[in-house]
Design a protein around this ligand. Structure first.
Ligand SMILES: [Zn+2]
Ligand SMILES: [Zn+2]
Length: 146
């Protein structure tokens, strides 16, 4: 199936498959995504837990904050995605067929957007603290610490 969600890293050591469609496909312009991906923003497919299955290899994980873990391939260095307590995501460029999955969610982290990085679509623009998944993740990470 052309719109089946499969993907992986540059060297092929990490492969994944999603069992159903993403909850959203959104940009994140936050400073951490800029640093993590060396780009102006990251474009993610966000999935509810257990939808995303790693079919090959084991991504290395970097805990970039108390609520988020960023996974990557420790062989080729490709970033693969970010996980929250209730959410897994992958970066659009790691998909085998990104043509079938245009962004439909929002622009997150708008407070950190690089000024020349012009937005040419009409998707909503949210500050990080306005993102419902982020709010949930923060709550969950606070609960875990108690
Ligand atoms: Zn790799
Ligand atoms: Zn971000």
């Amino acid at each position: 199936m052309k719109n089946e969600i499969n993907g992986g890293c540059l060297c092929g050591a990490i492969r994944y498959h999603a069992k159903s469609n993403p909850k959203w496909i959104s940009y994140c312009h936050c400073k951490m995504c800029q640093k993590a991906y060396g780009q102006a923003s990251g474009i993610f497919l966000g999935f509810t837990k257990d939808v995303l299955v790693i079919t090959k290899g084991t991504p290395k994980k970097y805990k970039s904050s108390s609520w988020a873990e960023r996974s990557f391939c420790d062989n080729c260095g490709s970033p693969v995605g970010v996980s929250y307590t209730d959410l897994d995501s992958v970066l659009i460029g790691t998909l085998d067929n990104p043509d079938y999955w245009p962004p439909n969610g929002c622009h997150l982290g708008i407070e950190s957007k690089i000024q020349w990085d012009l937005i040419k679509d009409t998707l909503p623009q949210w500050r990080t603290e306005d993102d419902p998944d982020f709010i949930e993740a923060i709550k969950a990470s606070k609960v875990e610490k108690q």
